[in-house]
Design a protein around this ligand. Structure first.
Ligand code: FAQ
Length: 311
């Protein structure tokens, strides 16, 4: 029977028929999805923090309102993603506990500090740009709830990316000091953004299987290359210099050659030793503890209602 189920599953994936929560699926497929979706959810939640740092200091009321909306969208994305992981049998409490204990991973990018307002532009432009590059293909991922969540997430991400680009445009067309701030932010965020796509394909233990299951539609290096090719002309348009002396157009491959990412730095950040890892986790733990009364009140309210209804 097991063989049959496995064959049926493989056949569905091959035909691009979505796998749904109640369908039979191999244990390893379920585990991989829980891993990726929960890491993605944690990234959205932790990803609120670097930008949250600038909400009170945004340079105008309009900028503040836009940034507040963007950060709230990220909370929403985190919640859809936790729900998608729950459809696979993951428990929300366990996922939260794993984030808070440092056991769970989340994107390395959110362990870097936001030192100036230009960093908010750079995050929207580069980090959301990378997120879109990675997530548009996930709208066609083989697991139904994850694919459907990505559709709305991607729409919101494209708004986020435009707001980031618009901040960069404003700074680049402004005073020399503003242009300098924009370049410095670009210098800080460029390489960490390239790391978001994950290790090189030959050092990525999960890619081959995830491609076979059509969870991933492109490899880490494929998406990283597309991202570089998309961003270089945008940087030129802004009048910014890409901080990579090895960057060079390669006519034969119809794309850019670019320098080597500092993989030591990448693994160091993934292992918890980036500039802000400890601070990020502490902030999440504190928020969770301070929200205990809300969870207790909601439970007490639900119990009262249930009693009233059964009376
Ligand atoms: N940081 O074998 P692979 C956002 C881990 S966008 C930390 O290649 P896989 C929006 C990886 O988990 C950011 N860890 O793994 C936003 C694995 O560890 P494990 C979130 C990383 O899964 C914007 C190990 O290295 N986006 O939040 C990283 O096949 C602005 C080996 O790697 C997503 O999560 C990294 N950068 O490919 C919010 C997208 N890269 O689990 C706020 C969905 C790799 O074996 C503001 N995820 N690792 O212990 C994916 O597409 C994939 O999971 C990849 C990694 C491509 C990230």
């Amino acid at each position: 029977v097991e063989v049959n189920l496995e064959e049926q599953f493989e056949a569905k994936v091959a035909k691009d028929i979505r796998i749904e929560p109640k369908d039979w699926m191999p244990d390893a497929y379920r585990k991989t999805l829980i891993r990726q979706i929960s890491q993605h959810a944690h990234s959205e939640i932790v990803g609120m923090l670097p930008e949250g740092n600038w909400i009170t200091r945004a340079p105008s009321l309009k900028r503040k309102a836009i940034l507040l909306a963007k950060v709230q969208d990220e909370a929403g994305h985190g919640l859809y993603l936790y729900s998608a992981a729950e459809t696979l049998g993951a428990s929300r409490d366990q996922m939260t506990a794993d984030l808070h204990s440092g056991k769970a991973k989340y994107s390395s990018i959110f362990n870097y500090p936001t030192l100036s307002w230009a960093d908010i532009g750079a995050i929207g432009w580069l980090v959301d740009g990378a997120a879109i590059m990675n997530q548009v293909p996930l709208c066609r991922t083989s697991y139904g709830p994850y694919a459907r969540a990505m559709v709305r997430v991607c729409k919101e991400e494209s708004f986020h990316q435009r707001q980031g680009f618009e901040i960069m445009m404003t700074l680049c067309n402004g005073a020399p000091e503003q242009k300098k701030m924009a370049q410095e932010a670009f210098n800080r965020w460029w390489w960490p953004t390239l790391m978001m796509f994950g290790p090189k394909d030959d050092e990525s233990p999960n890619t081959a299987q995830s491609m076979r299951w059509r969870i991933k539609r492109f490899t880490n290096d494929e998406l990283r290359q597309r991202f570089v090719d998309m961003m270089v002309p945008q940087a030129e348009f802004l009048g910014l210099t890409v901080p990579d002396k090895d960057l060079k157009w390669n006519e034969a491959k119809n794309g850019y050659d670019y320098g080597e990412v500092d993989w030591n730095e990448f693994w160091n950040v993934v292992k918890g030793n980036g500039p802000c890892n400890k601070q990020r986790i502490q902030t999440r733990v504190k928020a969770y503890e301070e929200g205990a009364w809300v969870r207790e009140a909601a439970l007490a309210h639900a119990e009262k209602r249930a009693q009233r209804e059964s009376a």
